[in-house]
Design a protein around this ligand. Structure first.
Ligand SMILES: *Cc1c(COP(=O)(O)O)cnc(C)c1O
Length: 382
């Protein structure tokens, strides 16, 4: 910490100027419409659908409730095939619906669910596949669709990392039956807390909108046991402002991503993911993978040394979901079936990446990574 004025965290939320937010707040205070599909909520749904290029979007209080509701609206039950290499909300959403998670290994290129291992895990109880576009890199969507069609399974994408990502000239959220976004503070587009479901037809959107409001289909009828997961007007107003700076922020992330790629290249034992093909990425994360034998010190040692020097990377995703005690007793949590997930989970550190990250700070991070394994003196003063 001798060399840094303040610690560098893995992400730092972008916010608009407070002055710019005040007129929105004044409007809310004046109208007294605070939630329940108010005018900012309606406007944000419209603007997001246009911006992302998706047909139907329903805003949520957070991404997790979006996942829970997506499974509910599609009537998913029994067993669902999913990845252990994700944030725990992915599997939790299954348990909230009394569904059994079936963990399948990831592929080594992007750490996404490996389609070639899905079929072996399908049983007569399987009703859906729940993959995650980890770090915003698109899953092998064509293969997943093929398998889902063949076995009549639904596909729900946890696209919490994939805001603004395009694949083959369209939003990656247009693939599968439903996709879920998160607008949490740590994500590339935030409404402090928030999320959304993207679906492909008006009727499904209508059902989703009932379910996020206790299941009310009219004043006097309830269609199912819905929960309260509505986004409020302050979140929606903030979202409208955040949307204005999203492209500029993405450009800044892109520059940081390129700088990391250029300067980490050649550090022995440190690797990073390739740029995905036919994809407009969102540079949400910058994971590196530490090969202890080649690099000289372990991932955890590097992680600790970075922290000692004021750099707070995160081990996304360590431990695996299947390694948490509440999940470890499922047969599919057996690590013999999840070898690649286990390996990447033990090698990964996500480096800081956010629009305000300064060039000097990235330089410092790279300098640390290239010096720690050689016991070099770190003497860069910021
Ligand atoms: C952030 C995240 C979620 C949960 O989103 P919240 O908005 O925080 O509820 C779900 N899945 C993944 C992969 C995430 O990273």
């Amino acid at each position: 910490m001798d060399y840094l004025k303040s610690p560098i965290y893995v992400s730092k939320p972008s916010l608009p100027d407070l002055q710019d937010f005040l007129p929105y707040l004044e409007q809310i205070w004046e109208s007294k419409i605070l939630t329940n599909n108010g005018s900012f909520h309606k406007q944000l749904e419209k603007e997001l659908a246009e911006y992302l290029g998706v047909p139907y979007i329903s805003l949520f209080a957070n991404g997790t409730l979006g996942l829970v509701t997506a499974l509910q609206v599609l009537g998913i039950s029994g067993e669902v095939i999913t990845t252990p290499f994700s944030f725990v909300a992915t599997s939790h959403s299954l348990l909230w619906n009394n569904i059994k998670p079936v963990f399948v290994d990831v592929e080594p290129e992007f750490c996404n669910l490996d389609p070639e291992k899905i079929e072996a895990a399908i049983t007569s109880n399987t009703t859906a596949i729940l993959p995650v576009h980890v770090y915003g890199n698109p899953c092998k969507v064509e293969r997943i669709e093929e398998i889902a069609k063949k076995h009549s399974l639904k596909v729900i994408y946890d696209a919490a990392h994939a805001f603004g990502v395009n694949y083959e000239d369209q939003s990656v959220c247009n693939y599968g039956d439903i996709s879920i976004l998160s607008f949490h503070a740590t994500k590339v587009f935030n409404t402090m807390e928030g999320g959304a479901i993207i679906c492909h037809d008006a009727n499904t959107k209508k059902q989703i909108d009932f379910l996020k409001n206790f299941g009310f289909a009219s004043e006097t009828t309830i269609m199912a046991c819905g929960i309260n997961s509505k986004m409020n007007e302050m979140q929606a107003a903030l979202g409208l402002l955040q949307l204005q700076s999203h492209s500029a922020n993405n450009e800044k992330r892109k520059a940081i991503d390129h700088f990391y790629r250029k300067n980490l290249n050649g550090i022995k034992g440190i690797s990073f993911l390739a740029q995905p093909k036919n994809t407009v990425p969102n540079h949400a994360y910058f994971p590196i993978f530490v090969d202890e034998k080649e690099y000289g010190i372990s991932r955890d040692m590097l992680y600790e040394k970075l922290k000692e020097n004021g750099i707070y990377g995160r081990r996304y995703f360590y431990p695996l979901i299947s390694e948490f005690s509440m999940y470890e007793n499922y047969e599919s949590a057996n690590s013999a079936n999840l070898l690649i997930a286990k390996e990447v989970s033990q090698m990964v550190i996500c480096l800081p990446i956010y629009p305000d990250l300064k060039l000097a700070e990235i330089d410092y991070i790279i300098h640390c990574i290239s010096g720690f394994n050689q016991e070099k003196e770190i003497n860069l003063i910021l």
